[in-house]
Design a protein around this ligand. Sequence first.
Ligand code: UTP
Length: 308
Amino acid sequence: MAIEREDSARGITTVVIPAAGMGTRFLPATKTVPKELLPVVDTPGIELIAEEAASVGARRLAVITAPDKQEVMRHFEAFPQLVETLDARGKDEQVSKVKRANQLIHPVAVEQEKPLGLGHAVGLAEEVLGEDEDSFAVMLPDDIVLPATVMAEMARVRADLGGSVLCAFEVPREQTYNYGVFDVEDTADPAVKKVVGMVEKPAVEDAPSNLVATGRYLLDRKIFDALRRIKPGKGGELQLTDAIELLIEEGEPVHVVVHKGKRHDLGNPGGYIPANVDFGLRDEKYGPTLYKAIKQIMAEYEAEHGLS
Ligand code: UTP
């Protein structure tokens, strides 16, 4: 494990976490609570992503924040008084929970004044990258990708093939209209495809494949130049996928790793709730009771709806 960390660390120093969006699908909660701080069981989504970033050997977390979402960065502070109080009360487990985010990785805030799109948010990260960093990772805090080793695989693909590497999931063809869909060609490795194009939320009959984009990107530094050259797309926002398409058009290598694991979309209640059920069931403390409670709820629901 230590060897893997060291190995992939050579590829990824900075992980960018865009966290400046409005989170409108979570209103009214997001009037005051940033979406990225909503908990999966007891841990905010952004802390899970910071853990993933640390586990692939990254050293810097560039968090893109909005002026009214200061709490996101606060989550990574040390909270000495809280630690002291908990310590004095002998609450060791809680102490380690409070300390964890602060000890994982070095966070740096980059402010996005207005939510001008994911592409705009990622473009702002250029200022924190070291001169020697010719690539960086982007992890969307909305997206839980398990197992969390996919970024290390993506780093290996970049080391072999250069350019940018994205993460793809297979979905049933009839669901492709919800996603960014890759147009791909095979490579020698069945788990790696060369991307020749991307279509955002196509009609099912127009989907070029059943491989869809998820929130993990390993991007060549050239993306910044591409981001400066694109025009606002859907919703008047600067789209990251438009900049990636530009790189593809200009002949830059872009590949996807076809990930066989699991994915949870925390960006809307419909994905967030199943994520909590899944993590909750696997939680040592809450799992067994939750399992019984869910069975009970299911039985009641099925009786009410004539499903049993
Ligand atoms: P989303 O589109 O899922 O997030 O962007 P959102 O805009 O907050 O959500 P809704 O649609 O209003 O419900 C994916 C990620 O990109 C960030 C978001 O914070 C989220 O983590 N983002 C999006 C930015 O940082 N800046 C932006 O301008 C847009």
